[in-house]
Design a protein around this ligand. Structure first.
Ligand SMILES: [Cu+2]
Length: 154
């Protein structure tokens, strides 16, 4: 195939890939077997040194596990849940967040969440934070989480 035709074919392929990834809103993402919706973070001042991220993760197929995440917004990302210890709500690190086959894991205030420890800057209302989620089966899934007001529930 002449070079010029190969370039045109590659451009058409790149265009098709771009189109299939564009319709998603910023707080949504998908990968084979995984759909993520309702992603957001809460505004947090730099002095707090930590922030939290929330979302609904649905498996459209087999069970999967969220095992880690990365973000330029923090130096130490951890997966957390809340536990009630003698009437006090405490955060506890978890090894993974299970997504049941055909079901969903809901990360929400007071429950499971992404914990951004050692923030690299303040999380301001209206900011957009890039996050890479790491799943055991689906692999890495990129999402952008919009920052909502401090104390926001969605
Ligand atoms: Cu936490």
């Amino acid at each position: 195939m002449p070079l010029i035709h190969r370039r045109a074919a590659l451009a058409a392929l790149a265009g098709a890939l771009w189109l299939t990834t564009q319709p998603l809103a910023a707080q949504e993402a998908s990968a084979p077997g995984i759909e993520i919706t309702k992603g957001f973070m809460r505004a947090s001042p730099m002095v707090a040194a930590a922030g939290a991220g929330f979302m609904t993760i649905r498996s459209t197929g087999a069970a999967d596990r969220l095992v880690a995440f990365r973000s330029p917004a923090c130096a130490r990302p951890e997966l957390h849940t809340h536990i009630n210890e003698n009437g006090l709500m405490k955060m506890r690190q978890v090894e993974a967040i299970e997504i049941p086959a055909g079901g969903e894991a809901v990360l929400q205030p007071g429950g499971l969440h992404l914990m951004f420890i050692d923030l690299t800057g303040p999380l301001e209302d209206g900011a957009m934070v890039p996050v890479t989620l790491v799943f055991e089966k689906a692999g890495e899934v990129a999402i952008t989480l919009p920052v909502h007001k401090a104390g926001a529930m969605n």
